[in-house]
Design a binder for this molecule. Structure first.
Ligand code: SF4
Length: 464
């Protein structure tokens, strides 16, 4: 491991020049490359041969709760808007069925070191439902002490009693959606959430022993400008979360119906958006946050920043993680799991989900068994995204290839980026330089075999 300089340089000109649409690489290959030929039977077979070769990976659990009370217009998630809380009772019953099927088919350890409840809005569930779901999970899987157990929380619907309950149930990490505190922006995206509500939830989480609190922000929303976002940043810095995500809003109303309710004329221009990003990065780094990579920041003593300094950072469907390659069991509609050298995704609608489980079948819609080339490229993309560098020798030893001949085309493409000052190609290392760090996913894209010659790049959101 080379020493990792923590600094990066925000260079608007380079960002403008290299900004192309591209995936976020929470998986490689990306989910749109999954195939239906990888079905429930294929997945089940992999569950059953998890310890082949005496490999015993730790387990992660992901639980998807798709319900939300109201719609946020910027939303691109798989969710169901409903005020009918009766729907979650039925869903939880079926989650129990899916958990039981997984537990019965799974070879090897049933102990998890990591769990995440995402959505939708996990806190849509009532207290009783949260307790019931946790009991069901614990009846099939052990949650190891000192594990990371996280939940996404919508402060508009959560009081301190709920936060305390989550703490008692074993959650110790919380991700809090904010996006923007400006009232005009909140109205324009139909998500009105006061600073006081948010502060109340974060304080309750700290009082309940949560170890890490993360706040999500979005730039590029309608009615946003540098002055208003500066005020939001004042408030966010005052809250002092341990981690921050700063996502770029991608306006794709053709793909995400709710976004049709956003007035395009109210969106900041590309230049204004870049200025907002620049401001946010300056403010956050001045406030002591470390740029982890992609859209993520953390306090220097947060586990993510520590793991990065020690070369132990990983990337998975929840973004960055401190846990080494875990097998990820994903429960609930549309969730994506990772088992050995495979990915699998569940069906997207409740109807299909219930139908599969009524037939005692795992609700897998599609997936992928990774080839040797996929595994090689995944390890490269992961190293670049997590550590901004790549040891050529390590890749050659681990994957038995000659790097320079295997990746001759990629290296030729990287030379352009090297000339522009984004990275350095040495004899032993490829190192992303401070100017290239904001563009790490553009650099990673060079190694994406599926994107090569792919004419459909516009499907993805803009990098910045
Ligand atoms: S952004 Fe989150 S809370 Fe809002 S509609 Fe989408 S999933 Fe629900």
């Amino acid at each position: 491991m080379q020493s990792i300089p923590q600094e990066f340089i925000f260079d608007p000109q380079l960002i403008r020049r290299f900004d192309v649409s591209g995936p976020r690489y929470t998986s490689y290959p990306t989910a749109d490359r999954f195939v239906e030929a990888f079905n429930a039977d294929a997945y089940q077979a992999w569950l059953g041969r998890r310890t082949v070769g005496a490999i015993s990976r730790p387990l992660s659990l992901y639980v998807h709760i798709p319900f939300c009370n109201t719609i946020c217009y910027y939303c691109g998630c798989n969710k169901i808007i409903t005020k009918d809380h009766g729907r979650s009772a039925k869903y939880i019953h079926y989650l129990g069925k899916e958990l039981a099927l997984h537990a019965a088919a799974l070879d090897g350890t049933h102990e998890a070191i990591q769990m995440h409840w995402g959505g939708g809005t996990p806190t849509f569930l009532s207290h009783e439902e949260i307790v019931m779901l946790m009991e069901t999970i614990r009846s099939h899987f052990g949650l190891l002490p000192n594990g990371e157990y996280s939940i996404e929380v919508d402060p508009r619907k959560v009081d301190s009693a709920t936060v305390q309950l989550l703490g008692r149930q074993g959650f110790n990490r919380m991700s809090v959606g904010v996006q923007d505190f400006d009232p005009a922006v909140q109205l324009a995206v139909n998500r009105v959430q006061s600073f006081e509500e948010t502060q109340g939830v974060i304080e309750a989480a700290r009082d309940s022993g949560f170890k890490s609190i993360s706040v999500d922000l979005i730039y590029g929303l309608p009615k946003q400008n540098v002055i208003s976002f500066n005020r939001t940043l004042d408030q966010v810095i005052q809250l002092g979360p341990d981690r921050l995500s700063l996502y770029s809003y991608a306006h794709l109303p053709g793909h995400f119906k709710p976004q049709r309710r956003i007035h395009e004329a109210e969106l900041p221009s590309a230049d204004a958006k870049l200025q907002i990003l620049q401001l946010a990065i300056r403010r956050l780094t001045e406030a002591g946050y470390v740029f982890i990579g992609m859209d993520h920041f953390a306090k220097p003593d947060d586990e993510l920043a520590v793991a990065q300094r020690r070369g132990r950072l990983h990337r998975n469907f929840q973004g960055y993680s401190t846990h080494a390659d875990t097998d990820l069991l994903a429960i609930g509609v549309s969730s994506i799991g990772r088992m050995g050298p495979t990915y699998s995704q569940n069906v997207r609608t409740l109807e299909e989900y219930y139908d599969y489980l009524d037939r005692d079948q795992l609700p897998v819609m599609r997936g992928l068994e990774l080839s040797a080339d996929d595994l090689l490229r995944r390890s490269i993309i992961q190293a670049l995204m997590c550590h901004f560098e790549l040891s050529i020798e390590s890749v050659e030893i681990a994957h038995l290839i000659d790097f320079r001949s295997y990746f001759s085309q990629e290296l030729a493409e990287l030379r352009d980026m090297e000339k522009a000052g984004l990275l350095e190609i040495g004899d032993q290392w490829i190192t992303i330089l401070p100017r290239g760090r904001m563009l790490v996913r553009v650099i990673a894209m060079v190694f994406d075999r599926y994107l090569r010659n792919d004419r459909e790049r516009t499907r993805y959101s803009k990098v910045i």
